[in-house]
Ligand binder design. Sequence first.
Ligand code: SF4
Length: 345
Amino acid sequence: MKKPNLTGMTLEQMEQLFESIGQPKYRAAQLFNWIYKKRIAKLDDMTNFSKQLRQQLSESATIGLVRLAKQVSASDNQTTKFLFTLEDNLHVESVFMIEAKRKTVCLSTQVGCPLGCSFCATGKMGFQRNLTAGEIVDQLLSIQHILNVDVTNVVIMGMGEPFLNYDEVIKACDLISHDTGIAIGKRKITISTSGIIPGIRRFADEGQRYKLAISLNAADDQIRDDMMPINKKYPLNELINAAKYYAAKSRHRLTFEYVMIRGVNDSTRDSQKLARLLKGLKCKLNIIPYNSIDEKNTIPSEDQIDDFIRPFLNMNVVVSVRRSKGSDIQAACGQLYYDYHEPKS
Ligand code: SF4
């Protein structure tokens, strides 16, 4: 029988494990601390456990779920991209970014993605499986271990749609924010969805305190249908209603991501439509000029971006433009995987 993995276990699960091997429950808090706070890579590193206890533990459980396959840093050293191998030899990507004092990791939640957004490399590879909470958390633990850094912020924005793997994603966020472990504050963790309405409503109903971002990308159903086929199932009006429902319940400002693609969704007409759609909603609009994975789409000019954000200046909308970070290492979601699995001839 396959041994359970300690990475991804909650404190309660660790207590059960200790009980099952005839050890006192208080050991669980120590183990939790070793795994999530001290980031040990092997059970033998737990120096306050006797050799006998370590032996007993290693007979009943294992540690670590992802292995580094590839690591690439951008020329400015502010962004590092990781490709990790899972136990079944599938791969996922994660990114580490430094911006002033903020050290952010972007984590994946699925291997591939079933939603096939037109602008996304992950969408082109199809869906293989959901990640477990342990595999999500271990991306972060591994990055902290490899780079010897303390991550301050987390964005769940890598490969996959987090709300199609809701339970494991929330479990992972609960582990990441647990105050005796990694201890990253809930408001420093952002979950970004492509607009899975039942997920947004559940997130609101459960009173989750993690930040919510919705990848919007168009203010027009026709354009959004083309960019994000999930829009056919959850069209814009219903999505905005769900966003309003979340905003009313949580009282938190939610973020809309807008990947801006030249000639597709970057006109003044698009921005006026978007302004009408977001009217009355206390939110943040994050414009992301497109980080191309092919030659077809090119990045919008600074003037286009300035024109686009003008209608929001007098609204209750905080606008930010996320300049492409790490484009020389293909830092956008799915691009390293793409490169690794489809070497250029
Ligand atoms: S953008 Fe997100 S939801 Fe869309 S295909 Fe890529 S990973 Fe999936």
